[in-house]
Design a binder for this molecule. Sequence first.
Ligand code: PMP
Length: 405
Amino acid sequence: MMYDIQKIREDFPILDRQIYGHPLVYLDNGATTQKPKVVVDALVNEYYSVNANVHRGVHFLSQQATELHENSRETVRRFLNARSTSEIIFTRGTTESINLVASCFGEACMNEGDEIIISEMEHHSNIVPWQLLQSRKNIKIRVIPINDCGELCLDRYEQLFNKRTRLVSITHVSNVLGTVNPIRQMIQTAHAHGVPVLVDGAQSAPHFAVDMQELDCDFFAFSGHKTYGPTGIGVLYGKENWLDRLPPYMGGGEMIKNVSFERTTFNELPFKFEAGTPDYVASTGLSRALDYLTDLGMENIYAHEQELTRYATQRMNEINGMRLIGQSPHKDAVISFLVGDIHHLDMGTLLDRLGIAVRTGHHCAEPLMHRMGIEGTVRASFGLYNTKDEIDSLVNGIERIRHMF
Ligand code: PMP
């Protein structure tokens, strides 16, 4: 299929906006992505013509809403190539998915002195839930270090396993460095030690195909809003044998089979983990977004974004005083940088005046900032609709700002 970028951009009305008199150059896709019309239309249509609470209603609308919601689960299953929809739990996003595992796996499978392996490049959402568990259960958090290029030290990873290791929880792609971790190999290593793996897929699912059966991970988390879908919805994939073993996360409606004051029994998977009214409209939006990605072809999106990343790296390296943070050859769609001694916040603010949206700061990865010996970076992160012209605008913008200092 031809990747017709102009036609694709027409699907995203926001890309036509002018910011301070400049055409918007949206390079903050790592934080959230823009939404194609099909996604927003699906939300509006459902609210206007279907809206009813799911699962419990005998009436027409409730059944239709339930069908949409459960069909969406099937779309997610297909997108991830999971074995069954029992393995697809709707959450509010990556953060909630990781907290769910920390809470439920922590409850069922970890005791004082047990260990979890994470890495130095994790987002706070894959650090703090484990620290909360640590304060409840006195578990130990072991950390895989990274090298100066921004890659995990795999030899050190191997050495972290011992008989108390219960779980590995690592990011697939770093939201700061762009490093794509060799997750398949790392999962094999963990499994050879009998240890399950949770993958934070927030920055991988939007950019290339992720196949649960091929990766063989035990849990996988991603966010709808970073995959061109609505806010407030995300996914936790879990292998059925693990999910069966875990206790529920929250209590309430939907997650029960029978309730009495003496004894309550829990619903089957995946509903055991979905207490309360789900965001059944957002799930429809998410499924439209995933279908949109599938129709474009994840391999085409990947090729396009790889080309952008390669081009941006080359152009950025032409700038005097440019320091790229994260230099792994295995990088995807993220360029973090600092220029001379210009503060990242100044750079971000001045780029904004030129209509260029980038993110600045620690990117919810303070331990990584400490490791790199910096306070923060400027981060340009690409999506499926970005163009080389936009990267030229970024480079020209940086040059203008550099000359001001
Ligand atoms: N993990 C990574 C690697 C991320 O980039 C993000 C979002 N910046 C998250 C987790 C958290 O995602 P959310 O805020 O959608 O829960």
